[in-house]
Design a protein around this ligand. Structure first.
Ligand code: SAM
Ligand code: CA
Length: 247
């Protein structure tokens, strides 16, 4: 035990150790990350789409820039060529993906709302990556069901990003494990749901927030118990769980 810890209760020491396991302690520190490591390298098109999305009434739905940057690096590290995204909105994470893929890369982007995607589409077209994108308008579950019935789609994707309705996350999981190849990644966004997953059951929150918290906790439990994947829950953005398919 460190000298400064002697005399403290085991609980206080445990708490101090826990606090040392994560880095973000202030908005200032987050701003520091954005300004030193994210914004300087951000391409013009991503900046433009991020700013357009920030002015949208539901702009908070887009992944933050540091998470977008992480996803791009991850896609390059795994040499992803074929990906799928559930929940496109204005296309910020989709554009991150399209920019990270090689020129012949392909993304299927699914969203039931084409209007939001149409807002971002001119920026995506100007970025000259629209040819990589196959946008499919509609509910994700029937679209995934159709994909799993297509022989050449099975075990063919390198990467999937899930950022839509949390109530269906486990339904998406079953389909995606047939579509993503062994060794590929399925990533779930918002798996910490503003930290609410660790709050007591009687904590004050909206009915919708409580319902999403419930489905997020169920998803987290199921992913941790799923022997077909190995996982890591990263405290980036609102929580991002990486699942590598191993069987
Ligand atoms: N990934 C996007 C980004 O980072 O910019 C944000 C996606 S936003 C959080 C969620 C999107 O999922 C919304 O655009 C919504 O229309 C879509 N969505 C929600 N439920 C859906 C469903 N059942 N099927 C298809 N799309 C759905
Ligand atoms: Ca999200």
């Amino acid at each position: 035990m460190a000298e400064s810890d002697q005399g403290k209760s085991p609980n206080a020491n445990a708490q101090k150790k826990l606090a040392q396991k994560h880095l973000l302690q202030s908005d200032g520190l987050y701003q520091y990350i954005l300004e030193t490591s994210v914004y300087p390298g951000e391409s013009e098109c991503l900046k433009e789409l991020r700013e357009l999305t920030a002015n949208h009434p539901r702009g908070l739905m887009a992944v933050p820039a540091d998470e977008g940057q992480f996803l791009m690096l991850l896609l390059k590290l795994i040499n992803a060529k074929k990906t799928i995204e559930i929940g496109v909105f204005t296309g910020y994470s989709l554009l991150c993906t399209a920019l990270a893929l090689p020129p012949d890369g392909k993304i299927i982007g699914i969203d039931m709302n084409r209007e939001s995607y149409d807002l971002g589409r001119p920026i995506i077209e100007n970025a000259e990556v629209a040819h990589k994108i196959d946008f499919r308008e509609g509910l994700a579950l029937p679209i995934l069901d159709e994909l799993v019935q297509t022989e050449e789609m099975l075990d063919s994707f390198d990467f999937a990003f899930v950022d839509a309705d949390k109530v269906n996350a486990l339904n998406y999981h079953e389909r995606l494990l047939s579509l993503v190849k062994i060794g590929g990644l399925v990533c779930y966004d918002n798996t910490l749901w503003s930290g609410s997953v660790a709050e007591p059951p009687d904590a004050t929150m909206s009915e919708l927030g409580r319902s999403i918290r419930h489905y997020t906790i169920e998803l987290n439990k199921a992913l941790a118990a799923d022997k077909r994947i190995e996982i890591s829950l990263l405290p980036i953005g609102d929580g991002l769980t990486l699942c590598r398919r191993i069987s």
